[in-house]
Ligand binder design. Structure first.
Ligand SMILES: *Cc1c(COP(=O)(O)O)cnc(C)c1O
Length: 343
């Protein structure tokens, strides 16, 4: 068993977190004169729960896991930055990500002054494990994987990810932002067997709560405890915690199946268009589509009041647009743009 503390920064291991008076007292309180809040109740005059207890309990129930294995950040983006702060010494350490993939791994590497090596996926967007592991250096602390991957849409096979987790002497982060659209199972149930594994999920995509900025990192208790010490104390507003709880208690899971059906409907409709060269397989809520002229089509979409993502400047995604699956009406408009062709 790998001890995750072995990979943590020395100053983080010894970091004493900011403590609130309410951390030191665990009971029912009538009068709170400890935090310099305004005492007149307007429903938002009190600081929110810094430990997100109710939200963690609800997620633990939903996911059938332990609350002590859940870290909650202000979107996955906070968890990504937090991982750098916990494990990577600025100006010294090194991380690896796959490419093409989500842009925040690199932004946070730059922010934290950490060198990043990108391992290009193969032509079919599969990952060569040996190529990845051969890029590891003695100071490589973290490998970022993303499955289903953004913007390519494919899963990395479960057993391949687990093999990397077992072979790598460091932390493996698996970003599962799109896992609810995939037929493949999540790796969150591996975090207690593999203590160097961190799995990211979010309320921003399948759950339909991007506005709330709530992301989860599932990991062994030692990692979660450390990430909690590093985060800003009140990182999730009370309004967001409250709204998330309310919505999680009345989940509309049928929306996910609708989006998957729409994705396949969109694929079928677009695959016969003359300017569509190929549509990559997708386990997410978007399609990566190679067209004859991505720049021209991007502009054509803009002219029709539709914004899609032009990924054509990214290596491996030449002439590709990434189109999110919308409502049936929105998808029909996308189909009509391709039917019309370039003006
Ligand atoms: C959209 C997305 C996220 C979500 O980030 P949040 O900060 O939780 O909204 C994370 N990872 C990937 C790969 C994404 O595409």
């Amino acid at each position: 068993m790998k001890d995750p503390r072995k990979y943590m920064r020395a100053n983080i291991l010894s970091l004493k977190p900011y403590a609130t008076a309410r951390d030191e007292f665990d009971g029912e309180l009538d009068i709170c004169l400890d935090a310099n809040e305004n005492p007149f109740n307007n429903t938002i005059n009190r600081y929110p729960d810094p430990h997100h207890k109710a939200l963690k309990r609800t997620m633990a129930n939903l996911k059938n896991c332990n609350a002590e294995n859940i870290f909650i950040g202000n979107g996955s983006d906070e968890s990504i930055d937090n991982v750098y702060r916990v494990f990577c010494n600025p100006g010294h350490d090194h991380v690896i990500s796959i490419a093409p993939s989500y842009g925040m791994y690199e932004v946070c590497a730059d922010l934290n002054d950490i060198a990043l090596t990108k391992i290009q996926l193969e032509d079919d967007f599969s990952l060569d494990t040996d190529k990845l592991l051969n890029a590891c250096q003695p100071n490589t602390k973290v490998i970022f994987l993303c499955s289903p991957n953004n913007p390519t849409g494919n899963d990395l096979p479960y057993e391949q990810i687990l093999d990397i987790v077992k072979r790598f002497e460091g932390i493996v982060v698996v970003d599962e932002a799109y896992i609810d659209f995939s037929a493949q199972k999540s790796l969150i149930y591996e975090v207690n067997q593999h203590q160097n594994l961190i799995v990211l999920q979010t309320l921003s995509k399948a759950y339909g709560m991007a506005n709330l900025r709530i992301g989860f990192a599932y990991a062994c208790a030692e990692i979660v405890e450390t990430m909690n010490r590093v985060k800003h104390p009140y990182n999730i507003s009370g309004i967001a915690q409250h709204k998330a709880l309310e919505m999680l208690n009345q989940l509309e899971s049928h929306h996910i199946q609708t989006l998957i059906n729409e994705r396949e409907h969109l694929r079928n409709a677009l695959s016969v268009m003359k300017d569509v060269i190929r549509i990559y397989p997708s386990s997410a809520n978007f399609l990566l589509i190679e067209v004859t002229d991505a720049k021209a089509y991007y502009q054509q979409f803009i002219n029709k009041g539709i914004i899609v993502r032009d990924r054509s400047s990214i290596k491996g995604c030449e002439n590709c647009l990434r189109i999110t699956v919308g409502t049936p009406q929105e998808n029909l408009k996308v189909i009509q743009v391709f039917e019309q062709g370039l003006e």
